[in-house]
Design a binder for this molecule. Structure first.
Ligand SMILES: Cc1cc2nc3c(=O)[nH]c(=O)nc-3n(C[C@H](O)[C@H](O)[C@H](O)COP(=O)(O)O)c2cc1C
Ligand code: SF4
Length: 436
């Protein structure tokens, strides 16, 4: 049964995990989070990652605004080993909203300036983060003009409300070109790595699951065809932009019927994701950021929370079940592919205990990096506190209220309405006053 976080001590939390028959890792010692690592020859100074989090606050030409800049400079000062930029569109028609960041020729200089500033701010505080840009096409969830304009890989009876536009093979080849162009621009803007986003229901993960895409070189029953778009895009980027590191944020299970990494009834089945990771390993991919579920269909799986968005049902499962599902899924992949560094997700519901769970996961070999999503909105300096003070401040943590998601779902700038309320609390008040 669903419930809210109400624990005054780690013992109470661990007891709850036991009651639910969940094996929740926990370590008092946070030092594993502060250890360095090497990814594709790049020295990463610690194991904490700012997860990609869309802020819906870019300029119309796709460049970062002052507000986007503010978010990233806070991350820069916060001390994470990796700053994983939010979903940045490779094309205008694939934007999730009119303010989504978009990497194009016109906006490239702004990313160069921002990255220069991020590095200055980080260095000033003794940090030197790896900068990863998440490149995406929003596919089914494209809203470039602020209205839904889905462009899908194939039909999905569970998700389709109306007949969507199905992208042709030629459309997909053009989108592939856009990924290569955006990767080149990203390299010129000073990013260390690009992520081919393959999660949360967007275009690339849809293609991985597109069994009922007919007469296409990019879909059908065989995995070779369904994996082709992603693997070929990676080959082209490696050929044409050889000095950028390539990674992916990958859903290991969508957990709905017709999705990726599921059986016929929509339950998790990792057979195909494991096969894909094997293929990615053969292409020299050394880091993969894992996730599950879809923010549009089963959001509690992607980000376990206390409060759902207004008007949405409270999920049946207790949020800790979602946290542990992600930990266990990630560990399965990490233990199978030891040469790849996996980034674990969905820790924020654990508040101040999240770094303790993450440190135990690192020690047990269940992941190589620990990602913080909402908690990075709320408390971007948590890594710095862990490095310098040896602990996180409970009063600054995310409380998984879904306020940030509420803002971005209404196409407002996203950030923490609780811990950064001068900006985002005010945005939420305006939204409520407007009747949303
Ligand atoms: C407001 C918001 C925006 C997000 N934007 C992205 C995104 O751009 N790309 C992505 O891969 N995940 C995105 N996510 C998912 C997060 O990266 C993360 O996986 C999720 O919040 C669970 O981690 P957490 O428990 O640490 O928050 C977003 C989540 C939220 C709440
Ligand atoms: S608004 Fe703040 S506290 Fe609420 S979920 Fe988002 S980051 Fe967490």
């Amino acid at each position: 049964m669903h419930g809210r976080f109400s624990y005054k001590s780690k013992d109470q939390l661990i007891l709850k995990a036991r009651e639910l028959n969940l094996d929740m890792p926990y370590s008092e010692d946070l030092s594993p989070l502060t250890e360095s690592a090497i990814v594709n020859g790049f020295p990463v100074t610690n194991r904490m990652v700012v997860q990609p989090m869309e802020g819906h606050d870019g300029e119309y030409d796709g460049s970062p605004s002052d507000l986007s800049r503010r978010r990233y400079l806070r991350y820069a000062e916060g001390g994470s080993g990796i700053i994983w930029f939010e979903a940045v569109s490779v094309s205008s028609d694939g934007r999730s909203n009119p303010r989504q960041l978009w990497m194009q020729k016109k906006s490239q200089d702004k990313y160069s300036f921002l990255n220069g500033d991020i590095r200055k701010h980080a260095n000033k505080n003794g940090f030197n983060p790896m900068l990863v840009i998440q490149l995406t096409h929003s596919g089914r969830y494209s809203n470039p003009e602020g209205k839904s304009a889905p462009r899908v890989a194939s039909l999905n009876p569970v998700l389709d409300k109306t007949a969507p536009f199905i992208l042709s093979d030629d459309d997909l080849k053009r989108i592939q070109d856009q990924y290569v162009i955006a990767s080149r621009l990203s390299f010129r803007s000073g990013f260390d790595a690009i992520d081919i986003k393959a999660c949360h229901g967007y275009l690339v993960v849809e293609l991985l699951a597109a069994k009922n895409r007919e007469k296409s070189i990019f879909g059908g029953e065989e995995t070779e065809k369904r994996f082709r778009f992603m693997l070929e895009t990676i080959d082209r980027i490696k050929d044409e932009v050889p000095d950028i590191i390539v990674t992916t944020r990958l859903n290991i299970s969508d957990l709905y019927q017709g999705g990726f990494g599921v059986n016929e009834t929509g339950q998790a089945d990792f057979t195909e994701p494991l096969k894909l990771v094997e293929g990615l390993q053969q292409k020299g991919i050394q880091m993969i950021n894992l996730s599950m579920g879809s923010p549009y269909f089963n959001s509690h799986i992607t980000r376990p929370y206390d409060n759902p968005l207004p008007g949405f049902n409270v999920p049946a499962e207790y949020p800790l079940e979602g946290v542990v599902r992600m930990i266990n899924g990630t560990a399965l992949f990490q233990k199978r592919f030891r040469a790849i560094s996996f980034v674990g997700s969905a820790y924020s519901w654990l508040r101040q205990y999240a770094p303790h769970a993450g440190a135990a996961v690192l020690t047990n070999g269940g992941a190589s990096f620990i990602g913080f999503g909402r908690n990075s909105f709320a408390y971007p300096s948590m890594p710095s506190d862990i490095i310098n003070k040896g602990k996180a401040d409970p009063g600054k943590c995310c409380i998984t209220c879904s306020g940030c998601t509420r803002l971005i779902s209404s196409f407002k700038p996203g950030g923490c309405v609780i811990q950064d309320r001068e900006i985002y609390g005010v945005e939420l008040k305006k939204l409520i006053a407007d009747g949303h």
